[in-house]
Design a protein around this ligand. Structure first.
Ligand code: DGJ
Length: 680
């Protein structure tokens, strides 16, 4: 006999299977009735204290959505309690993406406590599963770990509140027929799109059924739900590719650009940032001198980073000033308008850094509004980077945070860019606002995220187009939910180009190149060309003092930026193909191809800087070209005295380039090679 339910006149009978065990295959498994075999997707306590739930099919509905997807809604209801769950499946045919989430509501007479409230519950069967998740920390984001799933639970989760991707990314890759490669194998790739505590549970049972439960992390987050209010859960976004990881990546990136990201089909600004060039130590004259550098380089914008604000407790280091968003009079006597004007004179736009959700105890804001700070009155404060988090559950704090952005734009209508940073997780999380209203503290994590979203929605209503970079002490915040408000993100503070190849490589599985800001800095002593070539696989920026470049390097930079401006649309809007994995080889190769396959850019980076065996310098087979088209291949980003080894006069068929390939000849004296492939 199979395991499962049999419905009889008197009730529901559960049968074990022939081996005397059972497995749950429900679309949304519940806690408290019969399913103790696998992890539930939902667990509640009813108004009468009963903590069981049963969910049966009630109805379903399929509609075409205005934005071009199909939405299937399945309503489930408890046969005993007026408690409902709507399961949503939004399917995007063109991009091959599914978004799954739930809406939970009831009509009981009082508050039902939701102890767990997942977005999605999936049930798969396969012989074996390889799960790729991404761990990391500051300056070493997105380090992949492949775990063969065995019987038991594997959880990917965050409990940090803000900056929730500091240690774990919300992305995953699940290979179903052995480990998928770039071009072969069945693989599910996705993310829980929630800018807060998340949990992705993968539980394998004894029969190799895999149960996935994805959603908000229930850690410290029992939610008291009033009647007739819907609790909407975040989106679990995924694709399934039967042609390996590359196809999965392209599905995901197309969906992000087409359906989620602000200005996903538009432009981005190249920039010069001053963080690593000056840190906190600058004044307005020095900044104006840097603007000149931006102009000389030929980038679009200058981005003023941390350190420009606060007077009573000047922001001369990271231990003071956060919260006091007045320009520092000593450093910037003429304020921000002067800087915007001076940048304009140099024909560069001006952008600015803020970290609006945070506060240093050494600030006037802290002195005035202690009740706006997440902290516990009866315990010592615990700091992360000497700062605390503001209470975004509080509408007054939401107004304050919105006001920081709004004031900047009101005073400087020509402001062209915002970098929105977030350096601390929530420690000692306690909200005075919730306390005063007798709202349970267990709502804090959820309401914080909702509060942040409210602010960002207001920002976008008033300033729909302005580009904004999502930053969180590097890549501590990279979920798709925030791409509704941001145009790009800062993947890591680690700008060592060699380490960065790996970080960018791993982000590239999920995020389009146009969203990935990569800056050329002095963090490492690798060659300038290598730095620029590595940064060019995303959105190119610089964080250097241009006047410290010698003439040859300056000329090289200018030429590389001019090249970038020519091929950037292919990188930003084209399809990505990862050709050679740096984890298995001495160098990494990847390429971007435009939609009509008339142009491609191939990036090749040496990743084993100690020794390159002759035998590893082999042709790389390109992908994504039109086999019947003819192409010429030109090596670009060369110093004036550098000899090109790829003959631009040779014409190749797309078929040849994809079947035989081309050797970029990466070696210890050619550590990075950029090839432009153009149809003739
Ligand atoms: C962390 C960011 O990742 C850096 O780029 C820089 O903006 C600093 N914060 C400024 O404090």
């Amino acid at each position: 006999m199979k395991s499962g339910y049999e419905y009889t006149a008197t009730g529901k009978v559960f049968h074990l299977n022939s081996q005397g065990a059972a497995s749950n295959s429900n679309a949304f498994s519940v806690a408290g009735i019969d399913n103790n075999f696998t992890e539930p997707a939902i667990a509640v306590v009813h108004v009468d204290g009963n903590n069981s739930l049963d969910l049966l099919y009630e109805s379903h509905n399929i509609t075409a959505t205005a934005d071009g997807a199909t939405l299937t809604t399945v309503t489930l209801k408890d046969p005993v309690y007026p408690f409902f769950v709507d399961l949503f499946y939004k399917t995007w045919k063109e991009e091959d993406i599914i978004e799954q989430w739930t809406s939970i509501y009831h009509k009981e007479k009082g508050e039902v406590i939701l102890n767990k409230y997942a977005s999605a519950n999936l049930y798969l069967y396969n012989k074996d599963y390889y799960l790729t998740s991404y761990n990391g920390s500051w300056a070493r984001e997105m380090q992949p770990v492949v775990t063969p799933l065995r019987q038991g639970m594997h959880t990917i989760e965050s409990r940090l509140g803000t900056r929730e991707n500091l240690l774990t990314s919300p992305n995953f890759m699940l290979s179903l027929d052995g480990e998928a490669t770039e071009t072969s194998g069945t693989v599910m790739m996705g993310q829980i799109a929630w800018n807060g505590n998340f949990s992705l549970q993968f539980e394998t049972d004894v029969y190799k059924n895999l149960h996935i439960v994805a959603g908000i992390n229930p850690y410290q987050s029992a939610y008291h739900l009033k009647p007739d209010i819907s609790f909407e859960t975040p989106r679990f976004v995924y694709t399934i590719s039967f042609e390996g990881v590359g196809k999965g990546s392209r599905n995901m990136q197309n969906w992000i650009r087409n359906r989620t990201l602000i200005d996903g089909k538009g432009d981005r600004l190249t920039l010069l940032n001053n963080w690593e060039a000056t840190y906190f130590d600058f004044d307005q004259d020095e900044l104006v001198a840097l603007f000149k550098g931006a102009n000389e380089l030929g980038v679009d914008m200058f981005l003023l980073d941390d350190g420009w604000f606060a007077n009573k407790y000047p922001r001369d280091h990271d231990r003071a000033g956060l919260g006091d968003w007045e320009p520092n009079h000593k450093k910037l006597p003429d304020g921000i308008p002067y800087l915007v004007k001076e940048a304009g004179k140099q024909d560069v736009k001006f952008g600015i850094w803020i970290e609006p959700e945070m506060i240093n105890p050494k600030s006037e804001l802290y002195e005035k509004h202690l009740d706006w700070v997440l902290r516990q009155d009866n315990r010592p404060e615990i700091y992360f980077r000497s700062q605390l988090v503001l209470d975004l559950t509080n509408p007054e704090v939401q107004d304050f945070v919105f006001g920081i952005v709004d004031n900047l734009f009101t005073e400087n209508p020509e402001l062209a860019f915002i970098k929105w940073d977030c350096n601390a997780p929530i420690f000692n999380g306690h909200s005075k606002y919730l306390e005063k209203r007798n709202i349970p503290q267990s709502h804090l994590y959820v309401e914080y995220t909702r509060g942040l979203e409210k602010v960002l929605k207001r920002v976008r209503q008033k300033y729909p187009k302005v580009p904004m970079m999502l930053c969180s002490g590097g890549g501590g915040r990279t979920d798709f939910s925030l791409f509704r408000f941001f145009t790009e993100f800062w993947p890591s503070d680690n700008t060592d180009p060699l380490e960065r190849v790996f970080i960018q490589w791993n982000f590239s599985y999920y995020y389009p190149a146009m969203t990935m800001c990569n800056h050329v800095t002095n963090w490492s002593n690798k060659p300038l060309k290598y730095k620029i070539d590595v940064a060019s696989m995303g959105k190119l920026g610089f964080d250097i003092k241009v006047n410290e470049l010698n003439e040859t390097d300056l000329a090289f930079c200018k030429n590389a930026i001019a090249n970038y401006n020519q091929f950037k649309h292919t990188v930003w809007h084209g399809d990505i193909y990862r050709l050679q994995d740096p984890y298995d080889n001495d160098f990494a190769s990847l390429m971007f191809v435009n939609d009509v396959k008339s142009e491609a850019v191939v990036f090749n980076y040496l990743t084993n800087w100690r020794y390159v065996a002759e035998t590893t310098v082999r042709p790389i087979k390109l992908q994504g070209l039109d086999p019947s088209k003819k192409y010429k291949v030109t090596e670009i980003n060369l110093y004036e005295n550098q000899r090109e080894l790829i003959d631009p006069a040779v014409i190749y068929s797309g078929d040849f380039l994809m079947k035989v390939g081309i050797n970029p000849m990466v070696n210890l004296s050619r550590t990075s090679v950029v090839l432009k492939v153009q149809a003739i």
